[in-house]
Design a binder for this molecule. Structure first.
Ligand SMILES: [Zn+2]
Length: 844
């Protein structure tokens, strides 16, 4: 057996040494950049290189996309390092103080450079560049790269988002004639909805690194955290008229970014500039692309000890194979990939030249993390509130390799996140602590800080993501480490269903988190009839709050004894506690047979899709139903709304978008008619704003105040004297990139069931609605409800005394309008129950 294997290897070696290693051009049969390469051919090329160069390249499949495409990494190293790759990885984790073994780390180690391509599927040149980069790293004729590989290990992710890439590439390949058409107006430059930027569920994977809500990210981050490279590049494309962008990044830089991380960004930028200057290519640095929001492919690596960067070539979506730019020059796909290839190689070059320093500084970074963590707070304590919210937080911490523990009961002093004041408090069973003296201390600081310090307010994305608000949990920031914690301190486990089936009258499940909603979804999918309590009630020693789910045997006799089995299985799967009650007679509150215990008519849910709809927002709803709730949802093209058969659906979700529907009287009236007959519309963000102009019974605040604004302007003429150079700053006073506000909830209304202390919303626009005379002002902000994040001065004035979440009743139906999106990027965990209330409880 051994001999046979040996012979095979000899044959393989003989074959490779004779055959010329094929370049991408030779392997694909066309000049790179003359065609769009589908993902499977990129996979084939990687596997080909690995097979030809078994002593230098390994290709590893780390997962699959939603559509079943493989996710791959290629590891490239010198023969010597390659044979020692696993030890290099382990030593690298020791340098990061992140190794489970307590062995000493060696600084005499190669630097690890990780190159990520094509996170946005319609930025296709980077995956083409990945093939060329891989080839030149191992091409025997290229002596320069062999020199770099002596002290550098390169990891290539050729395509982070294969589903998006193929959506784009397959479309482009259908559009192409024999010759590319460079006229930007031709249809090969105008991508149809939803575009290839995002993944299968229309999620932007370059906003998902920290939250890991998508399977591509979840699978990749496991590998990423097993390596923790010193350098990470995320390759992108921008509008085709823009020159190339590379590091150093623009302000704001988050304050945790170290002097060395800044310095090396400049070193990389200068090296890239040298190569671009030699070719006479245009580029810019220090503008537009900042380092702040923690879930990007540049910031996340940066907050994890790497030099993390974004490189941007012109040409995304509309670049085609060739396009005429506004300066009259033609930009080709070949040019674009050559630029990305050049910066990739330049990054490896400069990393190799500085490998010793990079490894030393990296070690220093992680030693500082463990010994002298940055930030005002040394620990964070999060209170257990009896719901599943803290479990979801623990899952997020685990996914990011952030260590946490249960804290023993004791008294502490710290900053109360909710009040913003220093207070004393006591810990109790189930509370957790996150001490910051650990490798991920900078990431912890960024994710937990109540208010982020902005060095410049012109940022690219949201400015608030403080985890206690995202999860709706009480939390404290402490000036000292909090000792006395352990990971094994047991939680009070949910008691199993104890009573016998025969002695049970009904089963009750509390309504206090996404787990309750997933359980309800499972019940409805099984055809089990469920009710909910409109008011709190007590049975024996058990208190049940509003919204509690009640499954009475009375309505479910057709299931026989299977009823209990189905309930038990769903309860175990969704980690909810089921309480059997022996009688319909309750000790306090309304009896189970009361009409204050409402029957939940099975929601038959439709979601508008297609080109009038924001693909991200629609994707968030789709993903939520499909992947989290496990509840059926029908996607309907907005144009086909008129073909909806009455009775097929009773819930219609209209995500953010620009809808013709609300400007066309006939269609608008048809929809109103459907609601009056018992339909329910859930309108989100822009959809709600457009409905407010189409007489749906709610009005955006300030929409009639234009005259007053103009009058004010006249009084103060000097304010009109704006400097041209200040134009970007000016626009900021009217901007809100994403800030947190506390919403006061009327939790006697079903839309707010399960929210004891109000709701923290991520506000991303200026829309706020007038208080309703006829309708339910469920979620409102009053005078001082701003909590965190950047909000322009003019907007801060405007965002008070109005509704963000409201309900109007129309005939037999309802309209629920949501000024903000509680499912935003699927990471705003505390919003998910609010959305479930709208779908399952309101209007029953
Ligand atoms: Zn991009």
């Amino acid at each position: 057996m051994k001999n046979f294997f040996l012979i095979l290897s000899v044959i393989a070696v003989a074959f490779t040494s004779n055959a010329q290693l094929q370049s991408p051009d030779e392997f694909l049969g066309y000049k790179l950049g003359s065609h769009f390469t589908p993902h499977y051919k990129i996979v084939n090329y990687l596997n080909y290189i690995a097979a030809q160069m078994p002593g230098m390249v390994k290709v590893e499949k780390y997962g699959e996309t939603n559509e079943g495409r493989p996710l791959l990494l290629a590891y490239i190293a010198s023969k010597e390092n390659f044979s020692n790759l696993e030890n290099i990885r382990k030593n690298n984790l020791r340098l990061a103080n992140s190794s489970a073994d307590k062995m000493a780390a060696s600084e005499d180690a190669p630097v690890v450079v990780w190159l990520s391509y094509n996170v946005h599927g319609n930025e296709p040149s980077s995956s083409e560049a990945a093939m060329l980069t891989l080839y030149e790293l191992v091409n025997p004729a290229n002596e320069g790269t062999k020199e770099w590989l002596k002290n550098t290990v390169v990891v290539i992710d050729p395509c982070i988002n294969p589903d998006g890439r193929d959506r784009y590439v397959n479309w482009e390949n259908q559009m192409q004639g024999k010759m590319p058409n460079a006229n930007p107006v031709s249809r090969e430059h105008n991508e149809p909805w939803p575009g290839g930027r995002t993944n299968h569920y229309n999620f932007d994977l370059n906003r998902d690194w920290a939250w890991q809500t998508q399977i591509e990210t979840q699978q990749r981050l496991i590998k990423y955290n097993q390596w923790l490279p010193q350098v990470h590049v995320d390759f992108h494309e921008q509008g085709y008229n823009a020159p190339y962008y590379f590091a150093p990044a623009a302000e704001p830089f988050h304050e945790v970014i170290t002097a060395w991380q800044r310095e090396f960004q400049v070193m990389i930028g200068r090296n890239n500039a040298k190569h671009f200057d030699a070719n006479g290519w245009l580029y810019f640095t220090k503008e537009r692309f900042d380092l702040f929001y923690p879930s990007y492919g540049d910031t996340y690596p940066t907050y994890n000890g790497a030099i993390g960067m974004t490189f941007e070539q012109g040409g995304h979506s509309r670049g085609g194979l060739a396009v005429v730019k506004e300066d009259g020059d033609t930009l080709t796909l070949h040019d674009r990939l050559l630029h990305h290839y050049t910066t990739g190689m330049s990054t490896i070059e400069v990393a190799s030249q500085n490998a010793v320093r990079l490894v030393k500084e990296y070690h220093k970074y992680f030693n500082a993390s463990v010994q002298t963590p940055a930030g005002e707070f040394k620990s964070y304590i999060v209170k257990y509130d009896g719901t599943d919210r803290i479990d979801r937080l623990k899952i997020l911490l685990n996914k990011n390799n952030i260590d946490w523990g249960y804290i023993n009961s004791a008294g502490f002093t710290g900053l109360n996140y909710q009040s913003g004041k220093i207070e004393t408090f006591k810990t109790a069973a189930g509370d957790i602590v996150i001490n910051t003296n650990q490798p991920k201390s900078n990431l912890i600081k960024v994710l937990f800080e109540r208010t982020s310090k902005l060095s410049d307010s012109a940022t690219y994305d949201i400015t608030a993501w403080s985890l206690p608000f995202v999860y709706g949990l009480k939390a404290y920031g402490l000036k000292d480490f909090a000792t006395g914690s352990s990971k094994t301190n047991p939680l009070v486990e949910a008691a199993p269903v104890a009573a016998s089936f025969e002695n049970t009258y009904a089963y009750v499940v509390k309504w206090n988190g996404l787990n309750s909603a997933c359980f309800l979804s499972a019940m409805l999918n099984s055809g089990i009839k469920v009710r909910y309590a409109e008011l709190a009630f007590r049975v024996g020693n058990n208190d049940f709050d509003r919204g509690s789910l009640i499954i009475a045997k009375a309505s479910n006799y057709n299931f026989g004894k299977d009823l209990e089995t189905i309930i038990k299985n769903a309860a175990a799967k969704n980690a909810v506690q089921v309480t059997p009650v022996p009688s319909g007679f309750v000790d306090k509150g309304f009896d189970i047979g009361s009409d204050r215990v409402r029957f939940i008519k099975t929601p038959k849910v439709a979601l508008l899709a297609d080109k009038e709809v924001s693909s991200n927002s629609m994707g968030e709803v789709w993903h939520f139903f499909d992947q989290q709730l496990g509840y059926p949802i029908t996607l309907i093209n907005a144009d086909d709304l008129g073909r909806m058969v009455p009775g097929d659906f009773n819930v219609l979700i209209i995500a953010d978008g620009f809808y013709n529907l609300f400007t066309q009287k006939e269609k608008n009236d048809q929809l109103k008619d459907w609601v009056r007959k018992g339909g329910k519309v859930i309108a989100m963000e822009g959809a709600a704003a457009q409905m407010s102009n189409a007489e749906w019974g709610f009005k955006i605040k300030g929409s009639g105040d234009d005259k007053k604004d103009k009058d004010d302007a006249k009084k103060d003429d000097y304010s009109l004297l704006k400097k041209y150079d200040d134009r970007e700053r000016e626009s900021i006073s009217n901007s809100i990139p994403g800030s947190i506000f506390k919403v006061e909830m009327d939790n006697t209304h079903p839309l707010a069931f399960g929210y004891a202390d109000g709701y923290y919303t991520l506000k991303q626009d200026e829309n706020i609605y007038e208080f309703l005379k006829d309708g339910w002002n469920v979620g409102v902000i009053k005078k001082d409800n701003y909590v965190s994040g950047f909000t322009g001065n003019k907007l801060k004035e405007k965002l008070k005394d109005g509704i963000l979440f409201g309900v109007t009743d129309m005939g037999k139906g309802n309209v629920i309008f949501m000024a903000d999106n509680p499912l935003f990027r699927s990471f705003w965990e505390n919003g998910k129950l609010l959305f479930c209330n709208a779908v399952f409880l309101v209007g029953q």
